[in-house]
Design a protein around this ligand. Structure first.
Ligand SMILES: [Zn+2]
Length: 235
């Protein structure tokens, strides 16, 4: 996370810290050094690519955010194919009717192993809830849907999810989606589109190793409203 080739470690699975950069060894090995006394009383230490972001953590965070902020509502997008809850937040402040709000959709973890995307998703919501003037404008003028973990089943069981069969979540956006999360998201998104207010669709992923530059896809120019066109820069 941020620091190239560092890994995360924790004595208890709650508090996480980062190592210094690892040293590349032969045959694809990496060597990480932990400070003395890093292990818990039981002698255990957990090492991970980054601080984990499990479906249980997503559920706890969504519940907490919904109970602490009047403008945030805890919802359930759907149940997964394996029967797990897929938590979702709906954020909207003030009494402007939904039909007159921009539609904003943000989700993460269509690929279960890309846990960094859930942290970014949570960070976005923390900003939306903040005292920042732009954030206040957004939550007063938009209806914001947030799903921190789309592929809850693979995230819960520790699978990668990428290239899952018959196709992974990211490739499931067809007329007949296989995954409940994609079908449920499409239903809400189609509703927003029918009302002419599907304004932002943000699909968060992790970069691959060696990707040093962030990249993103934006809609084709002819699909944009005049107001959005004015903001588009083509370099
Ligand atoms: Zn991905």
């Amino acid at each position: 996370m941020g620091h190239a080739f560092a890994s995360a470690w924790s004595p208890d699975g709650k508090t996480w810290r980062q190592t210094q950069s690892g040293k590349k060894g032969a045959e694809g090995q990496m060597e990480y050094q932990l400070p003395p006394g890093s292990a818990s009383a039981s002698g255990r230490v957990l090492v991970a690519w980054g601080p984990p972001y499990s479906p249980a953590k997503a559920e706890e965070w969504v519940r907490q955010t919904g109970s602490e902020h009047r403008m945030a509502e805890e919802m359930e997008l759907c149940r997964s194919r394996e029967g797990r809850r897929v938590p979702m937040l709906r954020i909207s402040e003030g009494d402007r009717v939904p039909e007159r709000r921009f539609g904003v959709w943000v989700h993460a973890r269509q690929h279960a192993w890309e846990s960094g995307s859930s942290w970014v998703c949570q960070g976005f919501v923390e900003w939306v809830m903040s005292a920042d003037v732009g954030a206040a404008w957004l939550r007063q003028n938009a209806e914001i849907y947030v799903v921190p973990v789309m592929d809850v089943d693979n995230a819960a069981t520790g699978n990668g999810g990428k290239d899952a069969l018959p196709q992974d979540h990211n490739r499931d956006w067809s007329e007949k989606p296989n995954w409940n999360e994609v079908a449920a998201a499409q239903k809400i998104l189609k509703g927003l589109a029918a009302e002419g207010r599907l304004d932002v669709f943000l699909d968060l992923h992790n970069p691959a190793p060696g990707d040093l530059k962030a990249f993103f896809y934006a809609p084709a120019l002819e699909l944009l409203q005049p107001e959005a066109k004015a903001f588009k820069r083509i370099s």
